[in-house]
Design a protein around this ligand. Structure first.
Ligand code: EPU
Length: 344
């Protein structure tokens, strides 16, 4: 275990923060040793995966930061077209998706290039382009941080929802996911309906894409819309897309006939928060989209993404997020909530 470690390289926003203790886990046995240590019993802890969905709001983390770095991808079952793959928590998510596509396995292709690691994917049920992790998630293995025992959580036990799981709520801080099992297939139907996938394929003269072509198309679409965290700090979408009752939506639609919307659960409608943010601003005549303060701002190509240009602090993003929430609520009567985890 190291002391006073700079966490700047470990959070995609690129904010400076120091961890009192820091440990990298390369094998599950190391995790077991850690939780039996006196330090672990005394200190609070933070589980860090890719650091792509967290915001350090303070410059010191007074506890142990645990970085999951265990690797390995194994075939557990191969039965006709059905394949079960186990990936260790520390595997890089985009590389894992790339590898599954290379092997001709369907089930995670639309989740290409989502930054992060395998172990964090179930925590917020990552999703993109009409697909969610839960669609191919069979089960995961997770260590109980009090007993050191490994428990298996089935798909049902994880209580997945839109960017939600039991690991964000009832079991928050109680388990560390050590590996995830995926139910994939050698045959599959590609999901092309969402957003601009079809438009992109048409522009590139691809009539019926292969698995690899769809993967590559999604990478290109994401690259064009989302900032490269090597260049500009961000945590992807900062807010969740709000889901509101149909009645409330109809009132809004009367005032803003062009408002984009998607059906959700019975009687509910999902509104893209990016649109609400783009159509609000620091003043009545200025949009948040592309707005920049000294160190932080709203990404010019996707208003749902808050960015850190360097030299700022987590509190700058906290302040900007509050202002955005307030102006969106004043204009549209909708409270948007962060999907990013605030630490501490
Ligand atoms: N829109 C605007 N202005 C903007 C951005 C979006 O008007 O600046 C409207 C447009 O109508 C657009 C619609 O919002 O058609 C949807 O935008 P987009 O396709 O970019 O998707 P999103 O709903 O903003 C979600 C996920 C992303 C995921 C994309 C693609 C959430 C919170 N975000 O964004 O996930 O990549 O769909 O499927 O659900 C992430 O979670 O970090 C993330 C990037």
């Amino acid at each position: 275990m190291k002391n006073n470690v700079n966490l700047q390289p470990y959070n995609s926003f690129g904010f400076k923060a120091t961890a009192k203790y820091f440990i990298e886990i390369n094998d599950v046995s190391e995790l077991k040793d850690l939780i039996q240590s006196p330090e672990f019993k005394q200190e609070k802890h933070l589980i860090l995966s890719g650091g792509n969905n967290i915001l350090f709001t303070e410059d010191f983390f007074d506890g142990i930061v645990i970085l999951m770095n265990n690797k390995g991808i194994d075939v557990l079952i191969e039965d006709g077209d059905d394949v079960v793959i186990r990936a260790q928590a520390g595997e890089d998510w985009p590389e894992f998706v790339k590898e599954m596509v290379r092997r001709g396995l369907y089930g995670v292709e639309n989740l290409a290039l989502i930054p992060g690691k395998v172990g964090a994917a179930p925590v917020q049920n990552i999703g993109a382009y009409g697909m969610e992790l839960k669609d191919s998630f069979l089960q995961c293995q997770a260590m109980d941080l009090t007993t050191g025992q490994i428990h298996i959580f089935t798909n049902e036990a994880c209580c997945f929802g839109y960017r939600e799981s039991i690991f964000k709520h009832e079991l928050k801080g109680q388990y560390i996911i050590t590996s995830v099992d995926f139910q994939l297939s050698k045959q599959g139907k590609l999901k092309l309906e969402y957003g601009n996938i079809k438009a992109y394929l048409e522009q590139n003269d691809i009539a019926s894409p292969s698995l690899q072509q769809l993967h590559d198309a999604i990478c290109a679409i994401r690259d064009a819309k989302l900032p490269d965290v090597e260049q500009i700090g961000s945590a992807g979408s900062f807010f969740k897309n709000p889901v509101i009752p149909v009645e409330q939506f109809e009132v809004l639609q009367n005032r803003y006939p062009e408002i984009p919307h998607f059906p959700d659960e019975e009687g509910m409608v999902k509104i893209p928060a990016g649109w609400l943010i783009e159509h609000s601003g620091p003043t009545d005549t200025v949009s948040w989209k592309g707005w920049r303060d000294e160190h932080v701002g709203v990404y010019e190509k996707q208003a749902l993404v808050l960015v850190h240009y360097g030299g700022g602090q987590g509190q700058d993003i906290v302040g900007l997020a509050r202002r955005i929430q307030k102006t969106v609520e004043e204009k549209f009567g909708i409270r948007i909530t962060p999907e990013v985890n605030f630490i501490p």
